[in-house]
Design a protein around this ligand. Structure first.
Ligand code: ZN
Ligand code: MN
Length: 477
């Protein structure tokens, strides 16, 4: 039997960052006490009238442009009927035949080179509520705060053939939506969710295999693991001569396996029909052009600007743009102290190191771009010794104090005090006759030992250059 080849398509749901919900004025912010952000419209009471939030429409058009879509000049809304406890109206307002965006594409980088993924459509709809299963009281509770939060659904063509490609695509979509400022893309909070459909067939077979769909994957890692598992599971079935059943499956993070959620037999007939409450939209060219022009600078453009204008290496530019919050912090620091290279070094070094250690997070930051800019400026201008960045930054994070206050309190300012330097280095040399002899006998590498000793004794009160000069002078004897 020839090797089986996976074919994968995606549906990504992304919540839009509007202040209010898509058909009422309730807050669309994440969280809140259960059922504290609801009104008769979004909790589905009969006789209420939804009113379309135009910012949500603007945002989906922006998302469409970032994915190279055609924008429908005429777009309308439909009711998707189904009964489920998290959907109090028993229908979801969505779009069927006339979605806002059609026929786009997104390019991704993979280990086998660049690849283009086609986007079939992006439509606007409302989110459903959330069910909370309480094992202790054996009850299921409904929280309708999420009902009516604007949602876009991005549907791709089945252009993926590996978990790697899918993961690269989701990362790319995150960058696009985040830089367009239309979604915060917090997968752990559910503002970006992913459904994967996957089938296996012999390569170049005329017909695709029977597919299984895996619902509601909430991290890029989970998507990768679920696909790997599904490839394994379907391969086992097909190689044993069996048939894959068309069904919806769920993925368990703890076992790393997928299992049946519902079979095709209980598939819904959604009985789509036009929603009579919401008028269609007809865009003018001017309106669309204005939306396109209001898009902020995207990740790729920032990256190119950093490489062309600042001379950053591609790998550094990529690291910086990978997280928009970090990249924005960098931009704001440059407004205070415009030295891209040294600010970048600090961001890629001490700053990201603390994030990776889990000691700080961009969500609740204790330091401001201005403080970081000033710290780097003091280092660059020899007001402080750069060896002290670590101590000062750590204290900034822990206490929220400014770098100036911390340098004052700990006496970290560089002293232009030649007598002090001469005295401290004189003592080091007097106390280490062995290494001094080695150095004078031509062993250059002991110089590092003296630099270390001097740095330690001077606690950053002299610059490395001043220390080096004094050491060279004294060691010559
Ligand atoms: Zn409401
Ligand atoms: Mn949907």
């Amino acid at each position: 039997m020839a090797r089986l080849y996976p074919t994968i398509g995606l549906e990504i749901h992304a919540e839009l960052l509007t202040k209010s919900k898509v058909f009422c004025t309730c807050s669309a912010e994440f969280g809140g006490d259960p059922n504290s952000r609801c009104c008769p419209v979004c909790s589905g009471l009969p006789g209420t009238l939804p009113i379309l939030n135009h910012t949500a429409v603007e945002y989906i058009v922006k998302a469409g442009y970032t994915m190279n879509c055609e924008i429908s000049r005429f777009t309308k809304w439909d009711r998707k009927n189904y009964f489920y406890p998290d959907l109090p109206k028993a229908y979801q307002i969505s779009q069927m035949p006339r979605p806002v965006c059609l026929n786009g594409h997104v390019d991704i980088k993979t280990s086998e080179g660049d690849k283009r993924i086609r986007i079939n459509r992006i439509h606007l709809e409302e989110d459903a509520g959330k069910l909370v299963h309480d094992d202790y009281s054996k009850a299921t509770l409904a929280d309708y705060n999420r009902c009516g939060i604007p949602l876009i659904e991005i549907v791709t063509e089945p252009d993926f053939h590996s978990a790697e490609e899918v993961m690269a695509f989701i990362e790319k979509i995150r960058l696009l939506l985040k830089y367009a400022e239309v979604c915060d893309c917090k997968m752990e909070q559910g503002s970006l969710r992913c459904d994967v459909n996957i089938s296996l067939a012999e390569k170049d077979a005329e017909k695709l295999g029977t597919r299984a769909e895996i619902k509601n994957l909430n991290s890029v890692k989970a998507v990768g693991r679920a696909i790997e598992y599904e490839i394994y599971r379907q391969t086992e079935i097909l190689e044993a001569g069996g048939e894959v059943v068309q069904e919806t499956r769920r993925f368990s993070d703890s076992t790393g396996e997928t299992s049946t959620l519902r079979s095709k037999e209980d598939a819904h007939d959604y009985r789509y029909f036009p929603d009579p409450d919401i008028p269609p939209i007809i865009f003018t060219e001017e309106e669309l052009e204005a939306i396109r022009e209001s898009l902020p600078e995207m990740a790729e453009d920032r990256k190119n600007r950093y490489m062309n204008d600042y001379g950053f290496k591609e790998i550094d530019a990529d690291t910086l743009i990978a997280d928009k919050d970090i990249c924005d912090f960098f931009e704001n620091a440059l407004k205070v102290y415009n030295n891209p290279k040294t600010v970048l070094n600090f961001m890629l070094g001490e700053f990201m190191r603390r994030i990776n250690l889990g000691e700080m997070s961009m969500d609740n930051l204790e330091v401001t771009p201005e403080q970081v800019a000033n710290l780097v400026k003091y280092g660059d201008t020899d007001k402080i010794n750069k060896n002290n960045y670590k101590n000062i930054f750590k204290e900034m994070l822990e206490t929220g104090k400014t770098p100036e206050a911390i340098c004052d309190e700990n006496d970290y300012w560089v002293k232009e005090d030649n007598d002090l330097l001469e005295k401290v280095i004189g003592e080091i040399i007097a106390n280490n006759p062995g290494p001094v002899e080695q150095y004078r006998a031509g062993e250059q590498k002991v110089f590092g030992f003296f630099m270390g000793q001097a740095n330690k004794a001077l606690k950053g009160q002299a610059t490395p250059n001043a220390i080096r000069e004094m050491l060279e002078k004294k060691l010559k004897g």
